[in-house]
Ligand binder design. Sequence first.
Ligand code: 4AD
Ligand code: MG
Length: 434
Amino acid sequence: MAAKYLSIQEAMDKGSGKVSVRGWVHRERGSNKLKFVSLRDSTNVIQCVLKREDFEKQWEDIDHLQVETSLLINGEIKKDERAPTGYEIRVIEFKVVGKSENYPITKDHSPEFLADNRHLWLRSRRMISILKIRSTVFGAIHEYFRNEGFYEYHSPIFQSVQCEGGSTLFEVPYFGKRKEVFLGQTWQLYAEPAIFALEKIYTISPSFRAEKSKTSRHLTEYWHAEMEVAWADFKEIMDYGEGLIKFVVQKVLEKNKEELKLLERDLKKLEPIVKKPFIRMTYDEALKILKDKCKMPVTWGKDLRTIEEEKLTKLYDVPLIVSHYPKVVKAFYMTEDPKNPDVVQGCDFLAPEGYGEIIGGSHREPELEEIKKRLKEQGEDPKEYEFYLDTRRYGSVPHGGFGLGVERIITWICGLDNIKDSIPFPRTMERYRP
Ligand code: 4AD
Ligand code: MG
């Protein structure tokens, strides 16, 4: 078959005349005179019709064409209102490239079955749409930070210290030499030393958390977009977070309308994100609103629970930035608020519609002795952190940063029920296969 292959989308854009396309059988049905094959590639799906009168000799093969067979097709394309995607190709010539028999995924399978067959489920139109949006999100994060003058910088994944609490650390047997090597929970302690070199840095990298909770928003391996900036005050850190989220949502709205439609995502839920300023409030203000408007009193000093975050965010159509949490519920590295030493300059960005925390960030505590004290309180040996403590010894400057859970933002943008669908091969407490 001599041909320059067009993608299915390109063939539909051409709209008439001879075309060559290639892809996989998405669906098939037929009679003993006609066979309809809907052919899928990464760009779209198109109905192809094969008539017995044109293929008398090959009819048996055609009759047996099964779902996910890969095919080359030459034919004549035309508009057809009855075809599911508005066009049809009358096939003149075809060639089977790879057979497919008894494809395991048919209809209405349990989530468990689809998870076992994740490698095949990736081909579903639903997963294709999510993966395209995922690609846009990653591209947009890079673009945003680079436009803002950030350098891309990389921290190690094997780390010798914890940063976000010992309870979610994965320990790694590292040649049996050291007792404590962990998979990174965050780049942060290895990023702060680099602001003295590059000032504005970002990364997108896997992070690991041994989360024992089986929730719809926790993975054990997730992609973490993080940034760190020298000379920045706390407000600047929050401004970057808001700018980033606006930029990412705007790019998805520009590039992925079709995919959002296939996922039945209501665009009206996303449009305000680009247009309206986010809501900013302190932890104290959040407690007051929870009490007055949601009838959910929270004792001062307790972290907000999922249910409280959910109630709170459902009051607004844009993300909520809650800041100045009690020191006791936040990490050791956050700056004490100069006006009130019981709270810290740390913030959580909570997505609308109850999707929960998407960003965690803070200004960084400048005082060496204060950091040592808080590490000890957590049962850590400050000696292990000497390399990090040097950031406070040699030309320290005010600085801060945040981490965005990339799957969290994809889950929210796509309107998914569970974070597991936002990543090709989700890893959770119970699932590490295939
Ligand atoms: O709030 P976290 O723990 O903050 C940090 O790790 C900071 N060191 C970041 C920084 O300042 N550089 O995590 C940041 C974000 C959360 O807001 C959440 O979106 C995401 O990471 N996240 C997870 N996403 C999926 N699965 C999990 N188990 C996650 N844990 C955190
Ligand atoms: Mg957090």
